[in-house]
Design a protein. Structure first.
Ligand code: HEM
Ligand SMILES: *[C@@H]1O[C@H](CO)[C@@H](O)[C@H](O)[C@H]1NC(C)=O
Ligand SMILES: *[C@@H]1O[C@H](CO)[C@@H](O)[C@H](O)[C@H]1NC(C)=O
Ligand SMILES: *[C@@H]1O[C@H](CO)[C@@H](O)[C@H](O)[C@H]1NC(C)=O
Length: 323
């Protein structure tokens, strides 16, 4: 009796877990043709808004990619990063690591244009996911079909930004942060390649270039010439408000330079360097440094996984406030 009940109970549990896992992590319900009947041409409208903003400000693509990552890692990709603080609630965007967030206006412009086309249909979370894809492809990176059908969430709390991985994380902390969201070591290494775009403030890598530990002032895993350059831009008592460094030597090009520089001790964060401390991750860094095709393929796969984490309930009319 017991022998018969147990396996079937176990089987049901497995089916239930598969269902839950599928539903949450793999974006159950998302599809490429989600708006094909209700708003067939909206993708073009989003792409045009991104193009226009990029033409005026070349820091826009990096900002959109970082914004989408930040959105997806907190409560799933539900546009929570876009909400503004209200009365008694401090929103994510006013939380501590918000120094890296900007260009929210691009999403607001895209949303207004989409609302004119088909009012109340397309979620802010989907617009952000598409804008991040456009940011990559318009910077010379790969282009892919984005699964759609995300809903916008109603909660955004500054305190939740603690759930984002920190630039001081070691490999096991990074691995844990990603695996909690159903993302593998390959996803971690490929998505870290997002650091081929954009800029970082001194505060994000200060730990590596001053008072690193009791023995070394500078992280010994850093290339000394590279470290000196960063120390010049970011002195110990830095007074320049927006001082910092580009993420790699080609900050507006989506390419594999980030991996090439990482192998030479020329990455900014401890979290970038940490990818070389794990055998499997290091081999992937080498693979992506040697082939931008391998990088692009892995990046697209990982982006689709990350951007399918979801959690919302509604289609917001204004991306800054809940309905
Ligand atoms: C692996 C864990 C990650 C950590 C610890 C991390 C940390 C950071 C930090 C500290 C900054 C600089 C903030 C500043 O000082 O302004 C930054 C910038 C950036 N990150 Fe990451 N990040 C991670 C993963 C990702 C992922 C998955 C993506 C996207 C696929 C991404 C895309 C970016 C971009 C594009 C920038 C530049 C932003 C700009 O120029 O406006 N990061 N990241
Ligand atoms: C915010 O304050 C209002 C009234 O002051 C209250 O009704 C509401 O429940 C509060 N919201 C939260 C999230 O605490
Ligand atoms: C970051 O948060 C501060 C307050 O904590 C706020 O004044 C600022 O506007 C925020 N930056 C962005 C880009 O939202
Ligand atoms: C990574 O950091 C955590 C937290 O500081 C620490 O407990 C752990 O021992 C570190 N792991 C390695 C391999 O250094």
């Amino acid at each position: 009796m017991v022998a018969i009940i147990l396996p079937s109970f176990a089987a049901r549990l497995v089916i239930l877990l598969l269902f839950l896992f599928n539903g949450f992590h793999l974006g159950y319900g998302l599809s490429s043709d989600y708006y094909s009947k209700t708003c067939p041409n909206f993708e073009e409208v989003v792409t045009n808004a991104v193009k226009k903003a990029m033409g005026n400000d070349q820091t826009v693509p990096a900002a959109l990619l970082r914004m989408h990552f930040h959105d997806c890692f907190i409560r799933g990709c539900d546009g929570s990063v876009l909400l503004r603080s209200s009365g008694n609630n401090t929103a994510e965007k006013d939380g501590p690591p918000n120094i890296s967030l900007h260009a929210f206006y691009v999403i607001d412009h895209a949303k207004s244009a989409v609302e004119k086309l088909c009012p109340g249909v397309v979620s802010c979370a989907d617009i952000l996911a598409l804008a991040a894809r456009d940011a990559v492809s318009l910077s010379g990176g790969p282009r892919w079909e984005v699964p759609k059908g995300r809903k916008d969430g109603r909660i955004s709390k500054a305190i939740d930004t603690r759930q984002l991985p920190a630039p001081t994380f070691n490999f096991s902390q990074l691995k844990q942060s990603f695996s909690q969201r159903g993302l593998s070591i390959q996803d971690l290494v490929a998505l870290s390649g997002g650091h081929t775009l954009g800029f970082s403030h001194c505060s994000s890598f200060q730990n590596r270039i001053h008072n690193f530990n009791t023995l070394n002032d500078v992280d010994p895993s850093m290339n000394p010439t590279f470290a000196n350059r960063l120390r010049n831009v970011c002195p110990l008592h830095n007074k320049v408000k927006n001082a910092g460094s580009t993420m790699d030597s080609t900050p507006t090009l989506f390419d594999n330079t980030y991996y090439k520089m990482a192998l030479q001790g020329q990455s900014l964060f401890s979290s970038d360097q940490a990818l070389l401390t794990d055998h499997k991750a290091k081999n992937l860094v080498i693979k992506f440094a040697n082939s931008h095709d391998e990088f692009y393929q892995a990046f697209v796969k990982a982006m689709i996984k990350m951007s399918s984490l979801n959690g919302g309930q509604e289609v917001r009319l204004d991306c800054k406030v809940v309905n």
